[in-house]
Structures are given as C-alpha cells and as structure tokens.
Write a protein that binds this ligand. Structure first.
Ligand code: UD1
Length: 429
C-alpha cells in the first residue's frame, strides 16, 4: 500500500508540463496490435495503467523497445495470442479494447470481463451490441467474454448511450471489417480523435471522429506508423483546479487549450483568472472563490473525471454549490473521505449539495479510486495540518511524477516509503 503525506497551506506557483493522455494511450496501445510493421509512439505517459497495458500486449507476443521514458517502439508482427491474461486485464478498464483489436486482427478474442475504477455499474452492452452487428458471436462464460467471427462485415450501429469505450472498440473492429460501418451517437472525446488519427496513419479509413457520426471503411491490412499522443486534458485540468483551490499562479504547459474549454469556463465563473495562450494556460487566483453549479457531461461538457476535484474547489467556496454527476451512477466515493476532512456535503442520487467555506483539516484518508485520489490530494493541499493519503497506488495509475510536479510548484508533499516517518517537518517540499 502506498501512502502520500501532505501539509496544506502553500499556494502553488510556477510552471508544470503535462504528459501524454492516459485515455488516448490506453486506446492506441491495443490498436498497435493491428499493425504489420513497426510502430513508434511518442508522449506515452509512464503511469501504471499504461505499464499494465504494455505488459498485456507484450504477453500477447508484441516486442516492445523503450527509446526513452515516453517513447516506445512496437513490433507486433509476431503477435500470436488472442487471450490476454486474467490477472492483468482485471486491473484496467481499458483492457476491454482488446476485444475490438483482437477481433480485428484474428477474428476472435477471449477477454476477461474488465476491471478498473469502481464508479458504480459499468456495463459493456453497447460494445457487445456493436460486435454482434458486425457479425461476431459474443458469449460470456466463467468471467470470460468469448468473441468469434468468421468474417466481420460493416454495419450501421446506433449507440443507446454515448460511450467512450464502445466507440473505441467499434472503431477498432470496424477498421478491419469488410465494407462500411456507420457509428451513430458516438463519443466525441479528443482521445477518440487521437485514436482515429493513429489508425488512419496505419492505413485505416475513418472519417468523422470528433462528431456524432463516425464512418469507417474497412481495410485488409495495416502498415506501421509514428504518432505522438495528445496531452492529457484530465491531468491539465487537475493542475488547473489545484491552483484554483490553493490560490497562486501556475502555467499549465504543453496542453491543447481547446480540450479544456469546459474547465476554463467553470473556473472563470468561480472567480479564477484563466489566460489561454496557444499551448499553455495560465491560472491565477488571489480573491475568494464563488460557489457554482457543476454538471458533468460527455465531451465537450465538464468531464466526469474532474468532478471529484471540482467538488473540492466548491467545498472551498463560501456558500452553497451543487454537483450533478450525469455520466456515472456511483461516482461519489470521495465524499465520505472529504467529510473526514471537514467538508459539508449531502448526496442524493446523482446530486451532491455542498455547503462550502468550512476550512478543511488534514486527516488520514484513502484514495477510493484514481480521480477520487487526485481530489483528496488537492484537498490535502488546502487543509490545515497533515493529510495522510493511503491507497495512493490508485493515483499512480493516471499521473506521472505527481508528487514531484506538485512539490516543484511549492506543495509540501512526499511519497512515504516503508520505514519512513510520516512527518514532513524540515522538508522543504
Ligand atoms: C472512459 C474513460 C473514463 C471516463 C469515461 C467517461 C478510458 C479508459 N476511460 O470510460 O476515464 O470517466 O470514459 O468520460 O478512456 N455505458 C453503458 N453501456 C456500455 C458502455 C457504457 O451503459 O456498453 C454507460 C456507463 O455505465 C456510463 C456511461 O455509459 O454511465 C459512459 O461510460 P463510458 O463512456 O463507456 O466510459 P468508459 O469508456 O468506461
């Protein structure tokens, strides 16, 4: 079990560089399995979810060479397996993408029902409905999803819900199906566009990514490609919300500001100064925070992944705020932990009412999932005294060098290793 110790009270100041997008990398790595030649990926975040996905595709027979911390080369031509190992698949939600890529490559796949963050029920009915429409037989038995298809054939698929995962999976499978597939009511996230760009660079024919309708003309063979993964808008949003919470001034660099418009708008509404420049965003707060209503939606709405962090900011704003979680059923795991730190929050179904302004105080808390963990980190930065955040391994699933980055901005934070004492006294941060 990993633990992070924080002492709150310091304003964040300086510049931070954002890494490649976790959710783009987790969609692109399974897509690498379609290639027949070398693939080079740049800006791959060095986080545990990505390492798990790398181990899975290596286990299936892909040779991987590291050419730097964030650049990797792949040689997938020797790929042989179509049944990724249960113990690794269980760790990450995005392992479900192996269904689409293995189906495209081999016409069959046996993938354990995927794990990932516990955000309430996370069905995969839309994925399976799509595969079935392309002509695959889908059977769930003993915790395994068995997919088989003599031949994938293009189809017209209308998704009942907007799902990032189902959109990714059907793009992957349809890329190798015979004929045209039309996917309607798809997710428009930037990570979907990044995946389409990568697949097209390998020879796929995909149009419309970033809109509600994606058209895929299947091809028989894919070449290699060289691709740089887009910056992580959720990591960028995390730092924007962190400096908004602590006060101070931070330049969040290496981002695509267009991907962060919902966050930028919400912060401005709450009294935070946000200056948008071509590849960076400057966030500054000196005055008080204004309470607000925050509603999550699929992109381009406010991202559900930043809802827990948004809640910390609202807890720091004097007055009543309301959070409506529209994407996931059970995404309030952070509330109990924030209450231990003195936040006043009432949850009713998908709505949380925050009676903000009560000073937070440091406490022993636990990262119940990845973004809940990030939210508790930020809560620890504004709390009085020491916060001991356990189960911090959840945070390393999605953030590279998080302690180093926050410390470089002035936060008092350290990762506790076995045998360390918990005090930060004398630690310059
Ligand atoms: C992805 C992201 C996650 C983000 C989420 C929403 C990755 C690896 N993860 O998760 O960080 O929080 O998008 O932006 O990219 N649903 C169904 N049936 C399905 C599929 C989904 O009902 O077959 C529902 C889900 O229960 C949820 C909603 O659709 O309520 C959105 O889920 P989805 O977009 O699929 O999220 P993920 O792809 O799991």
């Amino acid at each position: 079990m990993h633990k992070i110790i924080l002492h709150g009270g310091n304003k964040l100041r300086g510049r931070v560089k954002i890494n490649g997008a976790k959710n783009a990398a987790l969609a692109i790595l399974p897509a690498v399995l379609l290639a027949s030649e070398k693939v080079t990926l740049h800006n791959v975040p060095d986080i545990t979810d990505v390492r798990t996905m790398l181990r899975i595709i290596e286990d299936l027979g892909t040779t991987i060479r590291r050419r730097g911390r964030n650049t990797l080369e792949f040689y997938p031509s020797s790929l042989r397996g179509y049944a990724p190992p249960y113990n690794l698949v269980q760790k990450i939600r995005a392992s479900s993408y192996l269904m689409g890529s293995l189906l495209a490559r081999f016409g069959k796949a046996t993938v354990p029902v995927p794990g990932g963050c516990d955000l309430g029920p996370r069905p995969i009915d839309q994925h399976l409905k799509g595969f079935t429409a392309l002509g695959a037989d889908c059977l769930i038995e003993h915790g395994l999803i068995n997919l088989a298809s003599g031949k994938l054939t293009g189809a017209h698929i209308y998704f009942d819900v907007v799902s990032v995962g189902a959109t990714v999976n059907l793009m992957l499978a349809a890329a190798a199906a015979e004929g045209r597939t039309v996917l309607e009511n798809v997710a428009k996230e930037p990570e979907i566009v990044d995946l389409a760009n990568f697949l097209n660079a390998m020879g796929a024919v995909i149009k419309g990514a970033g809109t509600d309708v994606i058209k895929v003309d299947g091809v028989k063979e894919f070449g290699g490609a060289e691709h740089a993964i887009i910056p992580d808008r959720i990591e960028a949003g995390t730092f924007m919300l962190a400096v908004a919470a602590t006060g101070g001034e931070v330049i969040v660099g290496g981002v695509i500001p267009k991907h962060l418009e919902a966050v930028t708008a919400k912060l401005r509404e709450m009294g935070v100064e946000v200056e948008v420049e071509p590849e960076q965003i400057r966030v500054r707060r000196e005055g008080p925070l204004v309470p607000s209503a925050l509603k999550t939606f699929p992109y381009p709405g406010f991202p559900t992944d930043l809802q827990p962090l948004g809640m910390v900011l609202l807890a720091a704003a004097e007055g009543t705020s309301v959070v409506t979680e529209n994407v996931f059923d059970g995404r309030f795991g952070h509330v109990d932990e924030l209450e231990k730190m003195g936040a006043r929050i009432k949850v009713e179904g998908r709505i949380a009412v925050i009676d903000g302004g009560a000073p937070l105080s440091g406490a022993p808390v636990s990262a119940t999932d990845l973004r809940a963990g990030a939210a508790l980190l930020v809560a620890g930065l504004i709390a009085q005294g020491e916060t001991a955040l356990s189960d911090a391994e959840h945070i390393y699933r999605g953030y590279e060098n998080i302690e180093e980055k926050l410390a470089s901005l002035g936060a008092q934070i350290k990762r506790l290793r076995a045998g360390d004492s918990s005090s930060l006294a004398g630690d310059p941060g």
